[in-house]
Design a protein around this ligand. Structure first.
Ligand SMILES: [Cu+2]
Length: 396
């Protein structure tokens, strides 16, 4: 009886493992595999964009780009020429799974999830379920009136101890490697993007490029804006994800992302980059990534940060380095010499326990936040930014 039980259990296990293996290989093709997207030509740029017209410079092809970009407003208050590629860089109704990834870590994580973790979870769950069903039927009182008095089976005990250990080790190796890769410091020559969380919008600094700052607010819908105020169009991005100012980043160049916050904890997250990094007041968090492919990528604040937490989107426009340089110059910034690191010191709002830091933070808040924010405040709620009790936490 014991041998029979072992034999049947092993047979089921082997059969299911075989099924899992067979299932694992077609899965990546069925799901949105990251690799094909890299091949898909983005070609969103209007190569023949008129050089003199404002709001087209970031998307004008490098060969035809004017020496001086046409407008410092680029992605703001105009129809951006970079089109949104369907299904890439934003969520899609009814789709489950991970967004197509455009960074190396993201592509690895996507493969790891689709080809290792998900099949493994399915196989283990089905195996345990079938074993339970089999035991309930085969060893019910009517079918098995005299129960076995077996208390040990060395072979089975070794198997059920070793099998989970082997599975966990197999998962741990790629998992720890991915974790390590996600926090690898950016190499020399990386472009630094500093994202600062505010209730409820993001502001950004480019410390390696002259330290200019941009502020990004969510675009309201047509029926929510006042007269003459800009509203979201499909060219801007999906509802609740489109921002008035996009962050422009170069493709193929390492990006050093630094996050911090003016008030409460926010989290800078863009699913297509496999990035989610908390923005904590008084602290700097850092990670790095390299975008493989030009395009528009959307994300959101991913830390509950107050009443309008859901209304602080992130819109990233990834462009070739030449266009990035043109955009930086249009913003009044500078491009460092290749490999040269910035030595500019950016004052930290709300620095740890320092009165100067607090004052600086408050001053910066007063100087940039409300004024920049005033034009597009309160997109879908009547509650103003100052109406949130959490505002009292500013500077902590
Ligand atoms: Cu937030």
């Amino acid at each position: 009886m014991r041998m029979r039980f072992t034999g049947i259990a092993l047979a089921i296990g082997l059969a299911l493992t075989g099924m899992g293996g067979a299932e694992a290989s077609p899965r990546p093709q069925g799901a949105a595999a990251p690799a094909p997207q890299a091949a898909a030509a983005p070609a969103p740029q209007a190569a023949a964009a008129p050089a003199g017209v404002s709001n087209v410079a970031p998307t004008t092809a490098a060969a035809t780009a004017p020496a001086a970009p046409s407008s410092p407003l680029l992605a703001q208050d105009g129809a951006p020429a970079t089109t949104i590629e369907p299904g890439v860089g934003h969520p899609v109704d009814g789709r489950i799974g991970i967004q197509p990834q455009v960074t190396t870590n993201g592509q690895f994580a996507h493969w790891f999830h689709d080809s290792i973790l998900l099949p493994l979870i399915v196989v283990i769950s089905v195996f345990v379920l079938l074993l339970l069903i089999w035991v309930v039927i085969r060893f019910r009182k009517a079918a098995n009136p005299i129960p076995s008095k077996t208390s040990h089976n060395t072979a089975i005990e070794i198997i059920w101890t070793l099998a989970p250990v082997v599975i966990l080790v197999l998962i741990a190796v790629p998992s720890i490697g991915l974790l390590q890769a996600q926090f690898k410091p950016a190499p020399a020559g990386a472009v630094t993007l500093k994202a600062i969380g505010n209730q409820w919008y993001w502001s950004y600094q480019y410390p390696d490029n002259g330290g200019f700052e941009i502020t990004a607010n969510m675009l309201k819908e047509r029926d929510q804006v006042g007269k003459g105020e800009r509203f979201r169009t499909d060219a801007d991005g999906p509802r609740l994800l489109a921002a008035d100012n996009r962050i422009v980043l170069p493709v193929g160049v390492p990006i050093r992302l630094i996050t911090t916050s003016q008030d409460v904890i926010h989290s800078w997250a863009v699913p297509a980059f496999w990035i989610k990094l908390d923005a904590v007041p008084g602290r700097l968090n850092e990670t790095s990534f390299t975008i493989d492919k030009p395009g528009l990528y959307f994300g959101q604040c991913s830390e509950l940060c107050g009443a309008r937490h859901a209304f602080m989107p992130i819109a990233v426009q990834a462009v070739p380095p030449a266009q990035f340089a043109a955009w930086v110059r249009a913003k009044g910034g500078t491009m460092p010499a290749p490999g040269q690191l910035s030595n500019k010191v950016i004052p930290q709002p709300g620095a740890v326990g320092s009165a100067a830091g607090e004052a600086q933070g408050n001053a910066a808040d007063a100087a940039t936040g409300p004024t920049e924010n005033a034009t597009t405040a309160a997109p879908t709620t009547s509650q103003g930014a100052t109406g949130n009790p959490a505002t009292g936490n500013a500077g902590q």
